[in-house]
Write a protein of this length. Structure first.
Length: 278
């Protein structure tokens, strides 16, 4: 079962005003929520049982009972020493506090990402990569850094990759792709207009696509065949997309390793062959 609180946290960005109040209460009071009936939660959040149940269904639960069961399991599994990652960076923080907060924030982002991985989607994504002649990579800003990492990794396994730093060249790549190519789009928001245009182009051409994006609905999610979600616990200084980038890199590592594992011995030989001494 995917991480309950991560799902709600990510879904909150697109939730209705009523759902946001429900989610806000749950995230701030997960233990109390785990003991409440749907009527009690509705009363506490000035909503209705129907609104609570709809919110549960939208996040992949079969109903309120399934949601509570998953929440109780998650709370039992998690330890209680995670307050540190909730604290944002303060002006008064010294180096020691910054090290602790950023490190734990990144650790928990990786754990959250692990909890929301759909293994069926992951397997199908790896299969799509295996059968492709070429991986065309798409990303801007911090996501471009992740795309470059993917290019370097897959090329070490002799899997052709195409990546351009210029967005216009990325769009030209999308327009020139063949059915033997696949597109891998990296966009945490899933709403970057340039990436949407590339995704639309590939969809109209019948090109297979994979996205690496934040959990929840977005134009990119709607346009791609397979969506691999990441979670992020960003700090005040999000301009570098710190924890979301680390979560994206982790997904790339998983895809790369799963693909390499298909032909284990051959992959080992290729990795040794392509090693460059520094």
């Amino acid at each position: 079962m995917q991480n309950v609180l991560v799902r709600l946290s990510e879904y909150r960005k697109q939730a209705s005003s009523t759902e946001k109040e429900i989610i806000k209460f749950i995230l701030e009071n997960p233990k109390e929520t785990s003991t409440m009936t749907v009527y009690q939660l509705a009363k506490k959040t000035y909503s209705s049982p129907a609104s609570v149940i709809r919110m549960c269904n939208k996040n992949g639960f079969k109903g309120y009972r399934d949601f509570i069961k998953s929440l109780i399991y998650e709370l039992a599994k998690k330890t209680e020493n995670k307050q540190i990652y909730k604290d944002d960076i303060l002006k008064t923080d010294g180096i020691a506090e910054i090290v602790e907060k950023i490190t734990y924030r990144n650790i928990f982002s990786l754990e959250d990402t692990k909890d929301i991985i759909d293994f069926n989607v992951l397997n199908k994504s790896v299969e799509l990569i295996k059968n492709a002649d070429n991986i065309c990579l798409f990303g801007l800003g911090a996501s471009l850094t992740v795309a470059k990492d993917a290019q370097q990794k897959f090329m070490r396994l002799n899997k052709n990759c195409t990546l351009s730093e210029d967005w216009h060249l990325q769009l030209l790549t999308a327009r020139n792709m063949s059915k033997k190519d696949i597109g891998l789009i990296i966009s945490y928001s899933g709403r970057t207009k340039e990436m949407i245009e590339c995704a639309v182009t590939m969809k109209n051409s019948g090109i297979g696509t994979i996205s690496i994006t934040g959990y929840g609905n977005s134009p990119i999610v709607d346009l791609c065949d397979y969506n691999l979600y990441v979670a992020a616990r960003e700090s005040t200084f999000r301009s570098g997309a710190i924890s979301s980038r680390i979560s994206q890199l982790n997904i790339i590592d998983i895809l790369y390793t799963a693909y390499a594992n298909i032909n284990y011995e051959e992959s080992l030989e290729l990795i040794q062959k392509t090693y460059i001494k520094k």
